[in-house]
Design a protein around this ligand. Sequence first.
Ligand SMILES: *Cc1c(COP(=O)(O)O)cnc(C)c1O
Length: 379
Amino acid sequence: MGFATDAIHAGQHPDPSTGAIITPIYQTSTYVQEALGKHKGYEYARTQNPTRSAVEANIAALERGRGALAFASGMAAISAVLTFVKQGDRVVVTEDLYGGTYRLFQRLLTRFGIRFTYVDSSRIEAVEKTMGDDVKLVFLETPTNPVLRITDLRAVSELAHRFGARVVVDNTFMSPFFQRPLELGADLVVHSTTKYLNGHSDSVGGMVVASRQEDIEHLAFVQNAVGAILSPFDSWLLLRGTKTLALRMERHNQNAVALAEFLSKHPKVQKLYYPGLPDHPGHQLAKKQMSGFGGMISFETGSLQAARKILEGVTVFSLAESLGGVESLISHPATMTHASIPVEDRLRFGVTEGLVRLSVGVEDLEDLEADLRQALAEI
Ligand SMILES: *Cc1c(COP(=O)(O)O)cnc(C)c1O
């Protein structure tokens, strides 16, 4: 089936008791057993819930994975993936990654004797230099947040597999509509479903998709043992969200391409980061491994003062953390999403005080462009 068809139908069947076309919210903690040891496959709701199973099957299909497990947040999903490593193992990580992931790795997991090496994974030679037999996991983000560097997923997967390491890709920014890492050789995909997959800024969740049965079994064990599960209601919201994923992603992309072109020509914009523009260093690779460029744009305004004028001057864009919802958001990575990354590191990636990040929504393009135009005029 095609992507849009799968998005609407995969993992969903009319409800067996009523024929309801929409999978119900099974708001229950337990299931009655007919006799001792005789049940319908459901025993206790931490372990299994039909609403959650439906959304897991849906997203597994969209990522072309063998199975998926839903968690209470993107961070809970990432924590589950990190249980593939143990004390003494090393993880190679894209250096300019989501601030919360960096915080989890550096401030929590290093306590358990797991070591992390950060590298500019858009440079395959740099990744090669950091590899070794102690590396058990390669954790990638592409495009990165917020400067949108692109990593060659096929090349890094081949390299990592030569060392026997698993490859995990945080695919939150692209969604499976534009990028499917498992098809390019990765072993696992993680999502903050809070963003594009749910798409309506009304739920927090996470998902891990795996290509191998043994990995799914391990993740299901972790999901049950740790218990950071996605609730039935959030599972239902997410199922509702993915039905329109194809439509939304097309519009996010269309609006972002047009706004990136507008901003790149604007005299007050000093530097623009968007993989859809031909002068972006990852543009050719992005065209090869992604089928669109997504809705995230960052740009340099030159100073905190200039950034503040825009952040506070817009009226259609809302000043807020997060991304991937239908409404357009604007944020200041240095003080918001990336505040937990050491200053000298974030400056090296380009996360300056003058950097502004946009999550371009699906509103009318004319309104978004007019809003940015009037805010930029204030600088
Ligand atoms: C938001 C985000 C996360 C964390 O997800 P939560 O749902 O907020 O826990 C991880 N990775 C990326 C790329 C994100 O944008």
